[in-house]
Design a protein around this ligand. Sequence first.
Ligand code: FAD
Length: 367
Amino acid sequence: MFRNTVRQFIQAELVPCQSRWREQHRPDVDAFTKAGALSLLLPDISEEYEGGGGTFAHEAVVLEELARAGVQFGASVQSIVAHYVVTYGTEQQKRRWLPPMARGELIGAIAMTEPSAGSDLQGIRTSAWREGDDYIINGSKTFITNALLAGLVCLAVKTDTKATGPKGISLICVETKDLAGYRVGKPLEKIGRNGHDTCEVFFDNVRVPASNFLGATEGKGVFQMMNILVYERLSVAVAAIAAAEQAVTITTQYVKDRTVAGQSLMDYQNTRTVLAKCKTEAQVGRVFLDSCIERFINNQLDPVTAAMAKYWSTERECRIIDDCVQLHGGYGYMSEYLIARMWVDSRVERIYAGTNEIMLELIASSL
Ligand SMILES: Cc1cc2nc3c(=O)[nH]c(=O)nc-3n(C[C@H](O)[C@H](O)[C@H](O)COP(=O)(O)OP(=O)(O)OC[C@H]3O[C@@H](n4cnc5c(N)ncnc54)[C@H](O)[C@@H]3O)c2cc1C
């Protein structure tokens, strides 16, 4: 029932807006409030905070349906930010931010990456120093999804600029409305995923109340991010496997309908072999992914296994979609075709939420 609601909402409200969103490089803000009204945002957050009261299985349904429809929407980032608040926020912070996030009235962004610190998160320079009851923030972040619409930015900062390594990094939630010294750049020109915005954000002596600090003590930011990155990486894996399955489905239909030299494309042995391999890999991925989802719901998904899921599923997804583009011939290169859009949109999944090379480093550390 939940999947049907999500699917109908996506088809009725989001699919028709996609080409316009891609042109304007961001979703319409009312997409969030419409999704919120149907309880489709924060499906795995407790009802106490107006979330859906479900588990990660519900979140996975939303991610899968978005991926299958090829829809770009910042709902996944919204959930990730909510999980930072749920896991590390005070009761007051949860009550202040989660209900408007669930209603789609407050949009979240997560800001870790800086121009000179992406994979090397410990090298961030954006600083926050304590002055009375406030923190004063200076620095900049880049590649921030949802930044244009975000009213709440979960920000990684250095609270101790002298500390090296992971020490000295903390998280603070920045409420951006009418905030002096805070500026968002124009949406960056990406090769794909233009249905939602990705921007630079700048902090020039931005004053944020100390009550917005996330966590009990300073210097725990890296640990906090590593913990929630398990959720984020699993979310990426869910979208990747759903996209891979969808690529196989739409390509199977395409090759059955397409006639080449008087013969259905499906009748060529190469077509069947390629699709058979793609289907097998997508199904193998599905079994591992479902096991990861189950482990996550039981609080048993460790960072190494989450890294394996993110790495493996996104590598296979890109390969499967590339094979499916090939089977579409020239039509596979036309943006009008879903498979072409999936091809450009999927590429970044090997880069964000930690690059796949970093995933392999993490996995290797367990050997
Ligand atoms: C569309 C998009 C949306 C994004 N959204 C967000 C967001 O909302 N919030 C946010 O904070 N960030 C976001 N990011 C940033 C993303 O997480 C980073 O781009 C990513 O972590 C890589 O960092 P980098 O771009 O600085 O690359 P670099 O760290 O410069 O990496 C360059 C290359 O070097 C490799 N490399 C780096 N270190 C190692 C190592 N130790 N061993 C082996 N290889 C290594 C990398 O794997 C990569 O291949 C987004 C990025 C994109 C493209």
